[in-house]
Design a protein around this ligand. Structure first.
Ligand SMILES: C[S@@+](CC[C@H](N)C(=O)[O-])C[C@H]1O[C@@H](n2cnc3c(N)ncnc32)[C@H](O)[C@@H]1O
Length: 435
């Protein structure tokens, strides 16, 4: 495997005329008709909002019915929220030119913006989301191959290319029997950016399977029975200090240095943590029982959308699985933090954030989304099979249930609406009060 050496690549860029650029980032910008200036976006005057309901317990969680541009502009004037959000996850329309209905055939939302209009719609929201985020905050943007690359360029402009962390590929569904002359489309993408270099990060891990742990940790220590693997005890780069000197009369390989100074290596050897090859080369032992699991990489195969009749869902279109949000929320926030989703849909982010003891802000301008969220909070989810009134076959009933199931009734939040559309919620609230 080839590994390149880090170069300070973004600090010395040469423009087309051969001149050194002052910009620390190589300046690639995306242009399109109707691209507004950031200040014009931030001067958006939102209509007033009104609180329509609140739970018995004080909580910072808020559900807003309204256009997210209006609500974000409103929140940008609230010092308790602006700059305080630790994590943003958004799953916006993907520019599919489709309208979406729920499993119960109710109109949910339209995804009809395309091209420049779509990009500017996204950019307006991203400008406000930057304002919302705390200095150590993170943002995840869920898209597909249609606009992910265009939005990546917008994000580089708005958040800074150096704050780009990952372009995550998610397997969204099982293989399809695709009839077109192209590869089956089973992936979508999540762009992960942070606001700065210092951000909340709780590295997520997957549990070892028996098979993988035996393959990876293939040795057993005779004295203790502990399973271990052997790894080099040197690292790339030459050093002049102690780690570049001989240890036990052995120099590190050319271009490398010992990972630890000689006295630490001696202590490790005394504890039996170093393996000596028959030719006298030291290797470090890494024990399976000290491993937290397999660190999650940037291809996620295990958090597909609901794919069997036994999985519990709300029935809202393009609903994302709770396990996906569990991974993101646990990795990039801590209990007590504020999480924001301004394309809330069925409320997956909000439900999981509640379960994980985070406060949240959810926004959606679809009545069906608000209805679904309120239902999710008071009645929970339904098995996917129940939407078609058929029982899943026996073999599917035995398949793994989602790792994560929201279980509690959620009622410690406030419901707000933009003044200009709040009347639309009257019948939703009446039905909700009967639940
Ligand atoms: C892809 S769905 C989100 C699904 C969600 N992640 C889930 O797990 O259920 C996108 C949502 O964005 C909402 N939306 C689209 N444009 C909006 C806008 N301008 N303001 C607020 N919500 C909007 C739609 O109503 C829809 O519910």
């Amino acid at each position: 495997m080839a590994t390149g050496e880090e170069k300070n690549k973004w600090n010395s860029t040469i423009d087309q005329n051969g001149a050194q650029s002052d910009n620390p980032f190589f300046e690639v910008t995306i242009t399109y008709p109707g691209k507004k200036n950031t200040q014009t976006i931030l001067s958006h005057e939102p209509p007033p909002v009104q609180r329509l309901w609140h739970g018995a317990h004080a909580n910072h969680s808020k559900l807003f019915y309204g256009d997210n541009l209006d609500i974000l502009a409103h929140l940008a004037n609230d010092s308790a929220i602006k700059g305080q959000v630790r994590l943003i996850y958004i799953d916006p329309p993907f520019a599919t030119n489709k309208v979406f209905k729920s499993r119960a055939r109710k109109d949910a939302y339209q995804d009809l913006l395309e091209g420049a209009a779509y990009l500017e719609f996204m950019r307006e929201r991203l400008v406000f989301l930057y304002e919302m985020l705390a200095e150590d905050g993170s943002i995840y943007i869920h898209l597909d191959g249609n606009m992910a690359f265009h939005v990546k360029l917008l994000m580089d402009e708005l958040f800074g290319r150096s704050n780009f962390r990952n372009f995550i590929t998610r397997r969204k569904c099982n293989p399809k029997n695709y009839t077109r002359n192209q590869y089956g489309n089973i992936s979508d993408y999540i762009l992960f950016y942070t606001k700065s270099a210092n951000y909340v990060w709780n590295r997520p891990h997957q549990n070892w399977t028996d098979k993988r742990s035996v393959e990876e940790y293939s040795y057993i220590e005779k004295a203790t029975g502990r399973r271990y693997k052997k790894v080099p005890i040197h690292a790339p780069g030459e050093r002049n200090g102690a780690t570049g000197q001989p240890w036990r009369d052995k120099l590190p390989p050319p271009g490398k240095h010992w990972q630890y100074p000689p006295e630490t290596l001696e202590q490790m050897d005394a504890r039996g943590e170093i393996y000596w090859s028959p030719t006298g080369n030291p290797r470090r032992k890494i024990y399976l029982d000290e491993s937290k699991g397999i660190p999650i990489q940037d291809i996620w195969l295990d958090v597909k959308d609901a794919h069997n009749q036994n999985i519990k869902i709300t029935g809202y279109p393009t609903e994302k699985p709770a396990e996906l949000l569990q991974r993101i929320i646990e990795a990039s926030s801590n209990p007590g933090d504020l999480v924001l989703d301004c394309f809330a849909g069925s409320g997956t982010t909000l439900g999981v954030a509640s379960e994980l003891k985070r406060a949240w802000i959810g926004i959606d301008n679809s009545l069906e989304a608000i209805t679904t969220i309120l239902q999710r909070f008071s009645k929970g989810l339904e098995r996917m099979g129940d939407f078609v009134n058929t029982l899943p076959p026996k073999h599917l009933q035995q398949k793994a249930l989602p790792l994560f199931q929201e279980t509690d009734v959620i009622n410690d939040f406030e419901l707000w609406a933009s003044d200009n559309i709040k009347e639309n919620l009257a019948s939703v609230l009446a039905d909700w009060s009967q639940m």
